[in-house]
Ligand binder design. Structure first.
Ligand code: TYM
Length: 334
């Protein structure tokens, strides 16, 4: 039997992925490439919603791709590509935009948050239709599973709704995708404001741990992470969100369960605990950083890998679009 299909995308809007991206998404991409037919892309079309400079977008896109390979994606197993290389994403997005209600799009909380941040009038129409492009990304590959952090859950709901709506209007065309969200790592918190998610748009860089950051800086940030009153290393979401966040991070990276960590650090205080958290993170990131830098030093090879990924993705995307164009009533493409 064919393997189930997995698909996900990540935006090239920063100079590095951060720990939230890595634990919430990228690690799952790597794990699933062994059991699924895997498609992962750099969401450079989505990145346009924040109007990056051309050179910066190109550089960050390559850095993002290199990190995906650096984190363990194997070009033999997974198709890794740039979203903009597959023109069909944009085409399907338009078709799905025409299936989406204004109210429905307006309910997307990420749009509401971001437009509030940038100011309603300076938010682009692209930011508004962003989740519909995301639905196109997913549906065009007939994905079964979509590994993401919990912040993407509502966008996944929209993708499911649009798949079902299209199928009922035009006949069975799209698979209805499922989010793949791991509870323990669905929302990694900011180190300075642990109830908020770690995010590239967060107000202070002190709260973010970048995959490509140097070890000294990582250690410093972890040691300065906000902890809570008291001195016990115990998980307590409500009263100790800072410590709980660090426990989750340690556990996800070391494989030691949270109760075992609590037992190990009983009576030791926050200092010793944070020191170890920092080491666990430094150790996890070091090989990724090394492989990423190596790949970035050979841009031609990196571009070749992306071209090979796009060639595989294009076959699937084009097959879906032939069906879609027919279903909605376009004259066959000459
Ligand atoms: P992006 O680029 O913001 O984030 C990439 C992935 O990282 C996850 N993530 C987190 N997980 C846990 N804790 C955090 N603090 C944290 N911060 C980020 C995100 O949930 C995401 O999985 N719209 C998407 C990109 C996209 C996409 C797609 C995803 C475009 N098309 C199709 C899936 C399928 C985004 O902006 O992710």
């Amino acid at each position: 039997m064919d393997r189930p299909r997995v698909l996900s995308g990540i935006q090239p809007t920063a100079d590095s992925f951060h720990l939230g991206n890595y634990l919430g998404a990228v690690r799952q991409y790597v794990a699933l490439q062994d059991t699924h037919e895997a498609f992962y892309f750099i969401a450079d079309l989505h990145a346009l919603t924040v109007a990056p400079k051309a050179d910066e977008l190109r550089r960050r896109s390559r850095v993002a791709a290199a990190q995906l390979f650096g984190a363990g994606l194997d070009p033999e197993k997974a198709a890794v590509f740039a979203q903009s290389h597959i023109r069909e994403h944009s085409e399907l997005a338009w078709i799905l935009i025409c299936q989406t209600g204004m109210g429905e799009a307006g309910r997307m909380t990420q749009f509401k948050d971001k437009s509030a941040k940038y100011g309603e009038s300076s938010a682009s129409v692209g930011l508004f239709t962003y989740p519909i492009l995301q639905a196109a990304d997913i549906l065009i590959y007939q994905a079964d599973q979509v590994p993401v952090g919990v912040d993407q859950k509502q966008h996944l709901e929209l993708s499911r709704d649009l798949a079902q709506r299209f199928n009922s209007r035009y006949g069975q065309t799209f698979k209805v995708p499922n989010p793949y969200i791991l509870k323990e790592v669905e929302k990694i918190g900011d180190l300075q404001d642990p109830t908020a998610k770690m995010s590239k748009t967060s107000s202070s860089p002190q709260g973010i741990l970048d995959v490509l950051e140097d070890p000294a800086s990582l250690r410093k940030k972890v040691m300065r992470a906000v902890t809570d009153t008291g001195s016990e290393v115990v998980a307590d979401e409500e009263n100790k969100p800072g410590v709980t966040n660090l426990l989750r991070i340690h556990s996800a990276l070391s494989g030691v369960s949270v109760p075992d960590l609590e037992a190990r650090f009983a009576g030791q205080g926050y200092g010793a605990f944070k020191k170890e958290v920092a080491e666990v993170i430094v150790e996890a990131f070091a090989p990724i950083r090394e492989r990423t830098e190596k790949l970035l030093a050979n841009e031609a090879e990196l571009d070749r890998l992306l071209a090979a990924g796009a060639a595989r993705a294009r076959v699937v995307a084009q097959e879906t679009m032939v069906k879609v164009r027919d279903r909605i009533g376009f004259i066959p493409t000459p």
